[in-house]
Design a protein around this ligand. Structure first.
Ligand SMILES: Nc1ncnc2c1ncn2[C@@H]1O[C@H](COP(=O)(O)OP(=O)(O)OP(=O)(O)O)[C@@H](O)[C@H]1O
Length: 219
């Protein structure tokens, strides 16, 4: 199964975010194209996670807009098109990996058993599937997080520091998933302190410095 992405383009304009006295974003504009990888780079505190949070609709900008073409501002429809993997795994720690994936599938109206079988094969979840997620290693947690986030074949895939703590095999597996998602037609946005890992496959690149775009390469 592979469904057609429902988003065609995501356009952010004049994004500003203040957390009290701290200004995390100072007027960021960007266009995200489907079927491409965008890598967001920048030093600690430059606003990368904040920007990702705004794109993922979990952080409200102080000013500026994000338009999810052609869905506009229908938040429920837009959220159904987003797959998100952050520093935290976003999985329920006391449930098994299998239950976590099944739950994610049910939440979006998919057949839980079919979704599980697809994810188990794609992310090689079998060996640890029945144990609670709290017993997983970093790499295993990340495989479950990816499986959960990608179950519904989102148009926009947001990955915050996805290589942190992964070994070589884990990084290779992640890069293969990124390639597959881009080939499927999704827009993949990666925030990373290891941009060189993604550079040769990145269609576009955005560098932030203290809340401003200092370099933008469109692919
Ligand atoms: N919830 C919050 N409350 C207050 N300040 C925040 C909050 N979230 C982020 N900030 C501040 O906003 C700025 C940008 O943070 P952000 O996490 O977006 O940067 P980042 O580039 O992702 O950093 P890192 O590379 O360290 O993850 C920082 O100064 C940070 O301290």
């Amino acid at each position: 199964m592979s469904r057609t992405p429902r988003l065609s383009r995501i356009v952010g304009k004049g994004l500003i975010k203040s957390y009290g006295p701290t200004v995390a974003l100072r007027g960021v504009s960007l266009t995200i194209e489907l079927g491409k990888l965008l890598v967001i780079e920048g030093a600690n505190g430059s606003g990368k996670s904040t920007l990702l949070g705004i794109l993922g609709t979990v952080i409200k900008p102080t000013a500026g807009t994000v338009v999810y073409e052609p869905l506009g501002d229908d938040l429920l429809a837009v959220r159904a098109e987003i797959g998100w993997v952050s520093h935290e795994t976003m999985a329920y720690p006391d449930l098994s990996g299998r239950k976590n994936v099944e739950l994610a599938a049910r939440l979006v109206g998919l057949d839980a058993d079919e979704a599980w079988k697809r994810a188990a094969t794609r992310f090689e979840l079998g060996p640890f599937a029945e144990r609670p997620v709290r017993t997983y290693s970093r790499g295993q947690r990340q495989r479950i997080a990816l499986a959960r986030a990608l179950t519904h074949e989102p148009s926009l895939v947001l990955l915050d520091e996805p290589t942190t703590g992964l070994d070589k095999a884990g990084v290779s597996r992640l890069l293969a998933v990124v390639d597959e998602e881009v080939a499927r037609g999704a827009a993949v946005v990666v925030v990373s302190h290891e941009p060189e890992l993604f550079r040769e496959r990145a269609g576009a690149r955005l560098v932030l410095d203290r809340g401003r775009v200092v370099e933008a390469v469109t692919g």
